[in-house]
Design a binder for this molecule. Structure first.
Ligand SMILES: Nc1ncnc2c1ncn2[C@@H]1O[C@H](COP(=O)(O)OP(=O)(O)OP(=O)(O)O)[C@@H](O)[C@H]1O
Length: 600
């Protein structure tokens, strides 16, 4: 028998599950340490996607418990819409099964591989099945499945299925056990923290071996789920066009173009048919290979307006990015920008970015770079990512930052690419590929933010110089006051108000006057100051002069708490019978840094 015949006996098809079992690194399961992060990432991404589709505020619980022999049991639970029992086996027990692959809109999941790959990884390392509990409404019971993947056929194998009592009215819980280590604990928490920054509407609770942490939501508004759009002619490959034509053989060409593609109206469709040398009423099924090729070329050449972006994309927005960053990092400066939507190869995308400076950021070394794609943090392969390349490509020295590749110093840079088709470099979705249109948008948004940072640093420098001079004057003032008082034989005057004027500070004083207590706050700065005044005096008598804009109430141990905005140069005063201490908490001064001025 010949070699070809011998080989023929060995040739057979390979199931996708077998392929990925052997090549699990392609999906981000290359080491036990990384395996645990990828598993949680896949489950949390799905949970967030599902909640978004159901327009509910995500409440996600992640638990990691150490089992025996290096095994860890991971559970991720969400309050999403749940999964109907008939579909649970396929969702978790079959690779390349999902709801997002055929939809053109922004979503975290794309391929229908993620969570089943985690199930595969668990059964490969510990041989244990996945346990899935899901419920779709309060009217129906929850279903619990114990299942595995038949690797040779890529089909689910259900080991047990029962109805159970579950206190959640809707949602899904997946439990997996696999060999791993918690060496990546810091990275895992970082992933959850970053996830929380770009999903400000989500609450994520995590419990690692009994130690709990919560990433609170800063927005109570559920995200509007992005809507699917039709493909754009400029992003359609020849093979896809052939398939679409074969599926619709009786349709006349112009009607086919108008109905199948976004932004193709009657006029554009006729122009495409003309450019391809085809009659408008030609039936799709009659087109030969050469004609389809000509049609494809014409689709790329004829001008078609860019695809609609507002419905299919869901950028986070400047305010929420800034709020998310402020919550997790205490920064002196933060600014976020969302660019107008743009298009590459017919796929709409939006780039958003933010720059943070100072606060608790490391003063030395490279900037902290946070990369995101469709609201998912990218935590591996930073060096291979087009985002990193674009950040390093900006000349940061123009913005008074030192630079060695990335800018250096206490700087944080966040870049978010949102698209209906994020061009990742691999299935593990770690890095964005080098697409010139995306790189250009990243560069533009960072240059814009760089200019804002530069202006802020210059302003801060000027303020610092002014303060240094004022401080020098104030340092000698008490001695001068004392000396002058001695010469004119008068009591030493209270110079705090004068000092406040020179230092451009807010001055709080509390004093007794006419048998009453008087609280006085003066704003000597050149900006409006938000402040909260906490007063410990026993509650005796009414506030004498509270300005109408001042909300007054009580808070725990304080008998009076005022929240207010005090305009530049203005004074506020309240008088009442009483004694006691308290303090003024300034929220708007010195670039949001809190200053506490005690008074007695
Ligand atoms: N927690 C969940 N709640 C509701 N539906 C879910 C949940 N998890 C998964 N699904 C459904 O199962 C499908 C398959 O999920 P899977 O993680 O395998 O792929 P994906 O998220 O679509 O894409 P990717 O492979 O890029 O992660 C999803 O498309 C979704 O329809």
């Amino acid at each position: 028998m010949g070699i070809a015949e011998d080989l023929a006996k060995q040739q057979r098809s390979i199931s996708v599950a077998e392929f990925f079992e052997k090549n699990k690194h392609l999906l981000g399961f290359d080491s036990p340490t990384r395996g645990i992060i990828t598993t949680i990432k896949e489950a949390v991404d799905n949970a967030l996607d599902a909640c978004e589709e159901a327009e509910v505020l995500p409440d996600i619980y992640v638990s990691i418990r150490k089992g025996g022999q290096g095994a860890y049991r991971v559970a991720v639970e969400d309050n999403g819409p749940g999964i109907v029992p008939e579909n649970v086996p396929n969702v978790f027990g079959k690779l390349l099964y999902g709801s997002r692959f055929h939809q053109i809109r922004q979503s975290r999941g794309q391929q229908g591989i993620g969570i089943s790959a985690a199930v595969l990884y668990a059964q490969l390392t510990t041989g244990t099945p996945a346990v899935v509990t899901s419920r779709t409404s309060a009217k129906v019971p929850a279903h619990r499945f114990s299942l595995m993947i038949r690797t040779e056929t890529n089909e689910p194998q259900v080991l047990a299925h029962e109805e159970v009592v579950w206190d959640r009215t809707h949602g899904t819980r997946i439990e997996l056990e696999f060999t791993s280590s918690l060496a990546a604990r810091k990275r895992l928490l970082e992933y959850l923290k970053y996830t929380s920054v770009v999903n400000p509407h989500a609450r994520i609770r995590v419990e690692i071996d009994g130690e709990a942490e919560t990433f609170e939501r800063v927005s109570a508004e559920a995200i509007r789920p992005p809507q699917s759009i039709k493909p754009h002619p400029h992003g359609t490959e020849l093979g896809t066009l052939k398939r679409m034509a074969a599926a619709d053989p009786d349709r006349p060409l112009v009607e086919f173009l108008v109905d199948s593609f976004s932004k193709v109206g009657q006029k554009t469709a006729v122009a495409i048919a003309e450019a391809a040398g085809l009659a408008p009423e030609t039936r799709m099924g009659t087109l030969g290979a050469a004609e389809l090729k000509a049609l494809h070329t014409a689709m790329q050449e004829v001008h078609v307006p860019p695809p609609p972006t507002s419905v299919c994309l869901s950028p986070i927005g400047e305010e929420l990015i800034a709020r998310g960053l402020e919550k997790e990092f205490q920064l002196d400066f933060v600014k976020a920008r969302t660019r107008p939507a743009a298009v590459f190869s017919g796929h709409p995308f939006v780039v958003e970015a933010a720059i943070g400076y100072g606060g608790r950021l490391e003063a030395e070394g490279s900037a902290q770079l946070m990369r995101f794609a469709n609201r998912v943090p990218l935590i591996y392969q930073q060096g291979a990512c087009a985002i990193t390349g674009a950040v390093a490509g900006v000349n940061w020295k123009n913005y008074n930052l030192s630079q060695s590749g990335l800018p250096t110093g206490p700087v944080l840079i966040l870049v978010h690419v949102a698209s209906t088709n994020v061009p990742f470099t691999s299935e593990s979705k770690d890095a964005v590929a080098s697409i010139p249109e995306i790189e250009r948008e990243v560069t533009l948004v960072l240059q814009e933010l760089g200019r804002e940072l530069k202006a802020w640093i210059a302003r801060r420098e000027r303020n610092k110089q002014r303060q240094d001079r004022a401080r020098a004057v104030c340092a000698v003032m008490p001695a001068i006051a004392e000396k002058v008082a001695e010469i004119v034989d008068k009591p030493v005057p209270d110079i705090s108000a004068l000092e406040g004027r020179i230092m451009r500070k807010v001055v709080a004083r509390k004093r007794a006057h006419d048998g009453r207590v008087v609280i006085e706050v003066r704003n000597h700065t050149d900006q409006v100051v938000d402040l909260t005044i906490y007063d410990l005096s026993p509650d005796a008598g009414e506030d004498a002069v509270p300005a109408p804009s001042f909300a007054s109430g009580t808070d725990g141990e304080y008998t009076r708490v005022w929240n207010c905005s005090l305009p530049a140069g203005e004074r506020w005063q309240a008088a009442y019978a009483g004694t006691g201490g308290g303090f003024v908490d300034l929220k708007g001064v010195d670039d949001r840094k809190k200053v506490v001025l005690p008074f007695v």
